[in-house]
Design a protein around this ligand. Structure first.
Ligand code: COA
Length: 152
């Protein structure tokens, strides 16, 4: 598998919107992705296999806290370590920006995602009741707080 992980560009927004539509009940649109490109406090990575966009992972970096607000891998490409690789790359690039902690919300029933985050060092710190729609569901709030020396 020839996997490349790189920053989001305008040419990725349509394929990513298609992956979103296949993956989520409330998918992001191409415009949602396009708008991210104008915000320098957002860092979005794309996974490409043999030139084809297969997923993305991104965060909003506010005051050195990285809020991971989208992670998706197209269905046929799941279970191959792609989300894991994107996350490792995000941590490398986040460290360069001085990110000291990462946080995210995840549907309480989404075991694949929760396992991914736990493997990456996130821990559950609370529940946001009824946070999600379509269907209504609680969110688990997870954090990964870095030691200062991990961030040098
Ligand atoms: C969650 C998601 C991004 C994982 O992507 P992926 O590329 O398949 O994940 P990886 O292959 O990198 O797996 C990394 C780790 O995640 C966990 N994991 C991934 N898929 C899993 C599954 N089906 N069951 C249990 N654990 C799973 C495992 O810990 C895995 O490590 P391991 O292979 O050593 O066991 C993918 O399933 C997806 O796109 N789901 C739909 C969108 C979504 O729910 N996004 C998260 C929103 S919060």
């Amino acid at each position: 598998m020839n996997l490349v992980i790189r920053k989001l560009t305008e040419s990725d927004v349509e394929p990513l919107a298609a992956i979103e539509a296949r993956s989520f009940s409330m998918p992001w649109s191409a415009k949602d992705f396009s708008d991210l490109l104008k915000r320098d406090y957002c860092l979005y990575l794309v996974a490409e296999v043999d030139g084809r966009v297969v997923g993305c992972l991104g965060m909003t970096d506010i005051c050195h806290e990285g809020n991971i607000d989208n992670v998706v891998v197209d269905e046929d490409w799941r279970g191959k370590g792609i989300a894991w690789q994107m996350m490792q790359e995000l941590f490398v690039r986040g460290a360069r920006r001085g990110v000291e902690a990462y946080t995210l919300e995840v549907r309480i029933s989404n075991q694949p995602a929760i396992r991914l985050y736990e493997k990456a060092g996130f821990v559950s710190e609370g529940i946001r009741p009824n946070f999600y729609e379509k269907p209504t569901e609680d969110a688990v709030i997870m954090w990964k707080r870095l030691q200062t020396d991990e961030n040098v």
